[in-house]
Design a binder for this molecule. Structure first.
Ligand code: BTN
Length: 275
């Protein structure tokens, strides 16, 4: 029997001292920073911090999650050192009905960060999956709290698959990682680029609204202009044409009617196993 000793990669530390000096942001990443070897869920821990008054730009990240949360009540596989398991706290100046737009902005920010750092040609599958050559590279989960004044907090949780061990082998047909395509960069570099892009994009959303971002979103989208299948409370196929001012997807169905899709599963032809 041969022994394989897996050494931790010390060049890939996420301790605050390795990335805070690299920040070029006004507030993103500059509030409280909870960096843990192990967390239940970074979203859950950051939500507790938000409820205790943590400022916008605070974050929680960890090496591994024991109860990582995915969309639609699913769990999120988060093995140690294999990904960027991160949650960022926002308190944006937006109307409650604009909150879903933040998920599109977070996907834009992560797409930009991955492209800037790795050169990989990633795409956004509406509303918030990052895909690379048809497979999922990153998932995003928003948790939103409303108060009497409107939006109180938004927790933006991102699970970026950096190393091959990030996703279970049985998901290899629909999941991918940066390491499947090139040597992975240090995660702190991805983190710093993501925080800068997120601050920039959210500020534009607050000041100018989604129309100012729509062209850039469309350029990186693999959904807009594609044949899609919508399932859930409704079931139909059509062509995704646009995103409206609330973040809903507008799909032209086979009868020519333009239908508004708010949630539900949208499969895109050629992406994540849909043919
Ligand atoms: C999805 O299902 O696509 C969303 C996955 C989101 C996973 C991330 S990992 C960091 C943060 N903490 C969680 O518990 N979930 C998100």
């Amino acid at each position: 029997m041969k022994w394989c000793i897996i050494m931790p990669d010390h060049n890939d530390s996420l301790s605050a001292a390795t990335w805070q000096p690299l920040l070029a942001t006004r507030y993103m990443g500059r509030g409280d920073a909870l960096v843990l070897a192990e967390a239940t869920s970074t979203n859950t821990l950051l939500k507790e911090m938000a409820l205790r008054g943590a400022v916008a730009g605070s974050l929680c990240l960890c090496e591994t999650q024991t109860a990582g949360k995915g969309r639609l009540g699913r769990s999120w596989h988060s093995p140690a050192g294999q990904g960027l398991w991160l949650s960022v706290l926002l308190r944006p100046r937006l109307k409650p009905e604009q909150a879903p737009l933040v998920t599109l902005c977070a996907a834009m920010a992560m797409e930009q960060a991955v492209r800037e750092v790795t050169g990989l040609d990633t795409r956004i599958k509406w509303p918030n999956d990052l895909v690379l050559q048809g497979k999922k590279l990153c998932g995003i989960l928003l948790e939103i709290g409303f108060g009497a004044e409107g939006i109180d907090y938004i927790i933006v949780g991102t699970g970026l698959n950096v190393r091959r061990g990030a996703y279970p082998a049985e998901l290899a047909h629909q999941a991918t990682s940066i390491e499947d395509h090139r040597t992975p960069p240090p995660r702190r570099k991805l983190l710093v680029h993501y925080l800068a892009a997120l601050e920039d994009i959210i500020t534009r959303l607050e000041n100018e609204g989604f129309p100012a971002l729509a062209k850039a979103y469309r350029a990186r989208s693999c959904t807009l202009g594609s044949q899609v299948h919508v399932s859930g409370s409704v079931d139909f196929t059509g062509v995704a044409e646009a995103i409206d001012e609330t973040g809903a997807l507008l799909v032209r169905d086979e009868t020519g009617e333009l239908r508004r899709v708010l949630a539900g599963d949208v499969s895109v032809r050629g992406v994540m196993g849909y043919v």
